[in-house]
Design a protein around this ligand. Structure first.
Ligand code: ZN
Length: 339
């Protein structure tokens, strides 16, 4: 692919080669009729190259990505950059301000792309984000955490049937890549379907800055920029990467208080006990076991559970657990998968 843009225009501002610019993009209007803006930093490198968009907090309570984008902004020297980097630390400003996943009216912004300027408020918001930012990009890295009450192993979600998506998913560098298309209306699926290869990074939990995730997440974003030859340097990629399919949520049959024996990244054998459900007297009422050999991708963070509630998500692995553990141990010195 050849990229030759001399200038790029975002939020009505024309940005020349070699410029780093902080912008405010109007996404809506408040109750008192003032414009509502989101902050954007654009690095338009001297040399030609692709346009990469990095987004965080499309779900407003998912904060780890915000810290990754902030660290990214400090890490880039525009005079050394080939191509263009658009950094958007907070896409969903309403959710961020109100500490919630959603836009007003409880709408999930990440189910409404590419948006529709003539329709509902969520459609208008998505339309502005898509047309002002996504449609001007060649690649998108969208940063998320688990939803409220859960924690995720840092991993990439990508449609691995698309070669260019697979390329940036591997370059991102995590041990685990979850191969799926994504839901309709997500930024990732919509952009990928429209010829803009996109991946999601899922890591940790809501309402926190998790330092290890932020530092590793920054390394991963820089890995992609290195893969695309936008910045120089060696990539740091997990020595073992494996691609898994849709995880299965293991659920409690009964309400109770949980004692969970596992954590994200752990490899578990079929039938191994992953949680004990107890009553308030401490007596065991349910033993919850793994349905197959797999890797724990996500886990509930609350000790209480209601009937049918998810406890952890496990993706099946086909390789024998013993050989996988031995390989991982050889690389990491531990029996579980690490980031
Ligand atoms: Zn999310």
């Amino acid at each position: 692919m050849i990229f030759k843009k001399r200038s790029i225009e975002i939020a009505g501002t024309k940005i020349k080669r070699g410029e780093k610019i902080q912008l405010r993009l109007q996404v809506s209007t408040s109750f008192v009729a003032n414009p509502t803006f989101i902050p954007i930093t654009v690095f338009h490198g001297i040399k030609s190259g692709p346009v990469v968009l990095v987004t965080a907090a499309i779900h407003g309570d998912e904060l780890n990505g915000i810290e990754i984008v902030r660290r990214l902004i400090y890490s880039i020297d525009v005079s050394q950059l080939s191509g263009t980097l658009i950094c958007v630390p907070v896409v969903n400003i309403y959710g961020f301000q109100n500490t919630t996943r959603y836009l007003p009216e409880g709408k999930d912004l990440n189910r409404h792309f590419p948006g529709d300027n003539t329709q509902w408020s969520q459609g208008k918001y998505a339309y502005i984000i898509y047309n002002e930012l996504a449609a001007k990009s060649n690649y998108i890295l969208d940063l998320h955490t688990a939803s409220e009450g859960r924690s995720n192993l840092p991993h990439v979600r990508a449609d691995m049937s698309n070669p260019e998506v697979a390329r940036i998913a591997h370059a991102f560098g995590t041990t685990v890549i979850l191969d799926n298309e994504g839901y309709n209306g997500t930024l990732r699926k919509t952009a990928t379907d429209n010829g803009i290869p996109s991946i999601v990074f899922e890591a940790g939990e809501t309402r926190k800055f998790e330092k290890k995730i932020a530092s590793n997440g920054l390394i991963s974003v820089l890995n992609v920029l290195k893969e695309l030859e936008m910045i120089p340097g060696e990539k740091y990629i997990a020595p073992i990467q494996f691609v898994v399919k849709k995880p299965h949520w293991v659920r409690a049959d009964r309400g109770g208080i949980l004692s969970i024996n596992t954590r994200p990244g752990r490899i578990v054998k079929k039938n191994v006990k992953i949680a004990t459900n107890t009553n308030p007297f401490g007596l065991e009422i349910e033993s919850i076991r793994s349905p197959y050999n797999g890797i724990i991708l996500g886990i509930a963070t609350s000790p209480t559970v209601t009937p049918g509630e998810g406890i952890c998500s496990i993706s099946k692995i086909d390789e024998p657990v013993k050989s996988l553990r031995e390989k991982l141990k050889a690389h990491f010195g531990v029996k579980r998968v690490v980031f």
